[in-house]
Design a protein around this ligand. Sequence first.
Ligand code: ZN
Ligand code: ZN
Length: 316
Amino acid sequence: MTASDMLLLNRGGASSGGFDQGFGHGFSGFSDIFDEMFGDAFSGNRQGRNSQSGRGADLRYNMEISLTQAFKGNKTNIRVPTSVQCDACNGIGSKNGAAPESCNACNGYGKVRAQQGFFTIERSCPTCQGSGQVIKEACKTCTGQGRVRKEKTLSVTIPPGVEDGTRIRLSGEGEAGLNSAPSGDLYISISVAPHHIFQRDGANIYCKVPLPLTAACLGGHIEVPTVDTGRARVAIPAGTQSGHQFRLKGKGMSILRSKERGDMFVHASVETPINLSKKQKELLKEFEKEGKTVKNSPQSDGFFSKVKDIWEDLKD
Ligand SMILES: [Zn+2]
Ligand SMILES: [Zn+2]
């Protein structure tokens, strides 16, 4: 990909399902239609890099997919409004596709010479714009452009494990070229929507799971959802602390061009019970009394003994 490709592609908003495109030479007539259809998603800079060759402009299609679709991969059809070769003239631009004729002004040479004093100046032929050929009668369907506006449906396969920001290039599926010049490419820009439960970091999936106080104290099992829309059972050892991470090997994201999967990390967040009944409060007070003689909370004990040292130090 060239630097100008990047420029062309990086323009414009990243709204889903929108288009950006650069127009080739002499093809601005359709821009109004595009502005109406796509509003803000379609933006500025009509200066195609293909104005010399007549090659069709590259198109960009913004596609938003869910994390689940990124996990499984996705085959979908997209409708791309673009220009295609005119059937009436086979892209030549002449009536019934008649072969262009040699330019009379330059005898097909593409350049004309003019005498200026002692010098002979050679310049591009103004009649045929240097091509050496002229179309006698323009095709009515495409007004001599060789291409017409059309919406085409393309089947796009999103591979499992695709990353946010990935670009998929469909070679030759961009704008048709002018007068049978090659077509541009279509770039599908993938954005993976944020998930309400899972966070993704490359091949790994992170998930914060609230843990009931009793399960954290006594141990047990919890069921967590997985990115493959399944569920996994996680054994919780007695005395699990808030912030502890359980690693579920191979339960993470699919990896591009691989049968392997990343890991899932379940981040335990012990939940402090609220709305306690009178009985529950009594039981907890009872629980606290019972704990006076045993070390139930080594972290707190350690922390507060350190704090005590600081207070002692400050006295001196
Ligand atoms: Zn000419
Ligand atoms: Zn035509």
